[in-house]
Design a binder for this molecule. Sequence first.
Ligand code: ADP
Length: 915
Amino acid sequence: MKTRLTLIYIIGIILTAGLILVSCGEEKKEYRIGVSQCSNDDWRNKMNEEIEREILVHPEASVEIRSAEDSNAKQIADIRYFANNGFDIIIVAPNEADAITPVIDSVYRSGIPVVVFDRNVNGHSYTAFQGADNEKIGVLAARYASNLMRGKGSVLELYGLKGSTPAISRHEGFRKELESHPGIKIEASAYGNWKYEDALHLADSLLSVYPDVDCIYAHNDRMAVAASDAARRRKLDPYIIGIDAAPEIGMKAVRDSVIDATFLYPTEGHRLIKTALAILKGEPYDSVAKLPIPSAVDLSNADILLIQNESLKEETSKMKSLKSEIDQYWDRHSAQTTLFYVSIAFVVMLCVLLFFILRAFWLRKGYQETLLRKNEQLASQHEEQKRLNTRLEEATRSKLMFFTNVSHDLRTPLTLIAEPVEQLAGAGNLTPSQKTLMHIADKNVRILKRLLNQILDFRAYENGKLDVNLVETDFGALAKDWVEAFSNVARSRDIKLDIKIEDADLRLAVDEEKIERVVYNLMSNALKYTPANGSVCFSCGREGDKIFFSVCDNGPGIKEEDRKRIFDRFFQVDRVHPKGSGIGLSLTKAFVELHGGEINVESEVGKGSEFKVILPVVHVGVGTESSVAGTDHAAIEAELADVETQEREFSEDKPVILVIDDNEDIRVMLEELLSDKYNVVGASNGREGIRYATRYVPDLVVCDVMMPVMDGLECCRNIKEEISTSHIPVLMLTACSMDEQKVAGYESGADGYISKPFNSAVLRSRIENLLENRRRIKNIWGASHDRSEGDLSKPANGSAERRIVSTDVENEFYARFLKLVESRMGDADMNVDQLASEMGLGRSQLYRKIKALTNYSPVELIRNLRLKRARHLLTTTDRSISEIAYEVGFSTPAYFSKCYREAYGETPTELRSRL
Ligand code: ADP
């Protein structure tokens, strides 16, 4: 996706770049020049040709020429057209100055440069002016006429348009020059309006009035030809002089002797274009250019001029065709250039495309290779796993085999133990404590026996060696008998047992022993996992051709993920604190399946579970006797019931031991084992243990490591951190002998470690050891106030012993206590309650703590401290005995002396007299 976007992005850039290049190739800077001619005569055509010829050599410029055809209105429209269509400069030959000046003025003021030529405007609203010196032409014409007439004669003048500036100047020049030729006289001047027809009429009428005139001076060639035509009609032959010398009229008329001479009025169109471009490009130019006037054209040079003109025309047309060819080439070149750039862009695009295609290809190939490698890896891992699985299965098989063999071997000795134990447990001459111990042994031997049988049965089932011994039974009656056997256990645990047996035909053939074990297992599970005040129900009935029975309880329920696995062998939901071996349900299932039946479980966490067994009804013939003995109620109770603790008294002279273990049997056994020498308090989990430890401040704690609610390590840590219990030695009990666990135990502050199963003698001696140790420590602490009385806050004999003695907590606790006593030394009312509350402990906690640390009760300790201080004062000061007695907090000196004598075997007076 990302690659595709990048590709589109790059192609876009290339196309844009290509288009920019192409458009750059085509771009030309162009000046647009507009030329407005006032009329459309031969002279102006010549000029237009010159303009177009000049523009050929300026590719950067283009020109559009418009002719007003002697109309002011059209010329105004033409100028406006140029101004409104983006022309860069306007060149104007105004038709009439008065009419055209305003429009030129407004265009010029709008910022468009204006070049005026040939005729002028009023004012100076233009950028440049180009024109010939018309007055000079008038002067030359006058001299020429004077020459022709040899200084004597009369002249008719055909005037141009009235108000036209060239006409006025041509007249003025002519008139002024003739003033220096007195022999020549202007007979008449009349307006021919530059036009042939007007001039023809005018000349005709003038000639009718002045038939003898010697010369006619016309302001342009058209009027001169008209005058010639008029004279010829009247058979007159005056000299005729024209102006302009345009090739098609003037020159031809001279060559054909229609008129006698004409004066070249310079056109110089090329010069106009040069001036316009100079203005546009900001180059220097003449703002007023007066063109030079060449000499007259007469018969002597007219021919040559015409020929020159023709060849010029020819050259121009050649140039034009050349130009159009160049233009064509240029167009073609531009098209090709465009094509070239487009092709380059296309090629670049193709290359980019190719690059991405190749890249995608390589990437894909790379991915495929990685995938392939991964697949291979997976395959080899799979193989490895298969191999490991086989090895695991083999290992499991041989383990199970070993297990089975061991179980077999254990069965015989176990049976040999079970029997005597059972007998001993029932013996009447046992002490209550011996009875308890025997009960524990009996219960656990039974459990062990059942476990062994289960394992062996299960192995037999797995190996297909388990037989089904079907006998006809009345299932209802049997089941009732089996389940009722649990009623005592249920009662003792405050569990309501509900038995519902349908009143239907419940006869079928089953292997009684196996089905009994199924019922037993489901019932004992239900009772095991249902807490006190819960309920267990057994129901049994018929569903079509099948008989069912179900055991339900309102215990903790089983999580869905566990539900799928509880029928697996050795599966236990709670592996940390198992209440069984995890084999019961798998064997149950096996037995049910042996009967062609099925077992299902429905359960909801927190609400309870229901196990339902469905058995097909089969018969094996009437009369077969039941081969199994009736259910042994006593045996069930012996196995499931809790062992009762025998009542004992707490005696003051024995040390107190707190046993923390979640296994009731172990707790009871330890209590029984230790109760002869110790007072034993039991707690079933860490939290309860901590509570009891603070309440009783025992002399030693025996604590299991793995326990529910709070484990042994945390419990130990808590005991060691709590000031009132920190001095108590803790002995950890664990089923695991791994070193790491031991390390963890010691880290949590444990003083010793004993692995389960333990030997009671070893346990006793470890306990005794720890207590002895403690006693030694006590003596050291207790003796601490015997040393020099200077500083009471440190235990005696520093060094090695001190190291065993004091943890930091202890040291700090003891130092605080001594400081407190010292500060109140003089207070005779100082009592233990006050001291305990100041130390943040209860009275009895302080009592036990101080007793545990020093072997003295707090009162004794305080009294000793007072006496030590007194002895110190008696020996080092001169103060009186009574003074000292009050100072160390005795209410009367007499009582002080009495106590002192008891402690040191002499009275203070005797001590003083001795010194
Ligand atoms: P065990 O001998 O350990 O009880 P079982 O195979 O009989 O082994 O049971 C397997 C697991 O199923 C037990 O560990 C227990 O967690 C769970 N379980 C069996 N019955 C119940 C029940 N009625 N209520 C809650 N959990 C049960």
